[in-house]
Design a protein around this ligand. Structure first.
Ligand SMILES: Cc1cc2nc3c(=O)[nH]c(=O)nc-3n(C[C@H](O)[C@H](O)[C@H](O)COP(=O)(O)O)c2cc1C
Length: 161
């Protein structure tokens, strides 16, 4: 299994999460490609020849429930070009802070909504991390990732059309 992790971050937490996940998955024999979303566009979801089976959106939230600056271009490009993403299987790790109320984790959740509209299929539920909860996002995600791969991602990849 190869997972491409698309990272949206302002202060580096989401990137640290991706790096820890890469280590956990490597020990389990899975390949990971970490892609910072800076300067990328909707073509980051193209699978042609890359061997990439699945995507994991790993992004924080800023402004009033916005995606981080480095992910704005990918998001806008998806909204504008509206590529057909049927056959893409993805997961979401959304980083946020409950003290922001209604916009909690909206960066990741906005990606989730848009990818679903474009035909991509989410495997399992999104992981929402609350920075005010007293846990480290890296720790929570490291414990979440393998069960997610085995319980949700693998079956979704096996069943996709
Ligand atoms: C200026 C600012 C605005 C934020 N706005 C939101 C928000 O609207 N909703 C939310 O859930 N979290 C919000 N957060 C919390 C971050 O998303 C959270 O701390 C996250 O873990 C940061 O990850 P990063 O280091 O990868 O950017 C905000 C943080 C800052 C500093």
């Amino acid at each position: 299994m190869e997972l491409r992790i698309l990272v949206g971050t302002m202060t580096g937490t989401a990137e640290a999460v991706a790096k820890d996940i890469e280590q956990v998955l490597a020990k389990a024999g899975h390949r990971t490609e970490i892609v910072l979303m800076d300067g990328r566009d909707a073509s980051v979801f193209e699978r042609n020849g890359s061997g990439c089976d699945a995507f994991l959106i790993c992004t924080s939230t800023y402004g009033s429930g916005d995606v981080p600056d480095n992910a704005q271009r990918v998001f806008a490009s998806l909204e504008e070009k509206r590529p057909d993403l049927r056959g893409i299987v993805y997961g979401v790790i959304a980083l946020g802070d409950q003290t922001y109320g209604k916009t909690f984790c909206q960066g990741g959740l906005r990606f989730d909504k848009l990818l679903g509209e474009l035909g991509a299929q989410r495997a399992g539920e999104a992981l929402l991390h609350d920075a005010s909860a007293g846990t480290m996002a890296e720790d929570v995600a490291s414990e979440w990732i393998l069960p997610w791969v085995e319980r949700d991602l693998m079956p979704a990849l096996a069943q996709r059309v």
